[in-house]
Design a protein around this ligand. Structure first.
Ligand SMILES: [Zn+2]
Length: 109
């Protein structure tokens, strides 16, 4: 994940990013780069949702296995959890490794 500003390319961290209300636009919250003060917004990759969905599926599989403790359901649960871990690691390193965390807001004049 690349945490640099889309305007000035300098690094932003969750601690240094500035957040402020804009009274002229219905008090919406705007995030600003601490270096160049330009507005940035979160750039969420579609696969980031899978990083939430996959662990939930794993929990369901474990819950199912704990209710009927057959060997087959244990194996299925282990496969879902193991496969889910591999998939989230793959998403983190291959897909999100060079993904920009912030982008310039599209509506900016
Ligand atoms: Zn900047």
């Amino acid at each position: 994940m690349l945490w640099n500003c889309p305007h000035c390319q300098l690094g932003i961290s969750p601690k240094t990013i500035k957040s402020e209300r804009i009274p002229a636009e219905g008090n919406r919250r705007a995030m600003r780069c601490p270096h160049c003060n330009n507005e940035v917004e979160m750039n969420v990759h579609p696969s980031e949702y899978w990083q939430v969905v996959i662990p939930v599926l794993g929990l369901f599989a474990l819950w199912g296995a704990s209710r009927n403790s057959s060997t087959a359901s244990m194996v299925v649960a282990a496969l879902v959890v193991g496969g889910g871990l591999a998939a989230t690691l793959y998403i983190k390193t291959k897909i999100l490794g060079r993904w920009q965390r912030f982008r310039a807001p599209a509506s900016q004049p």
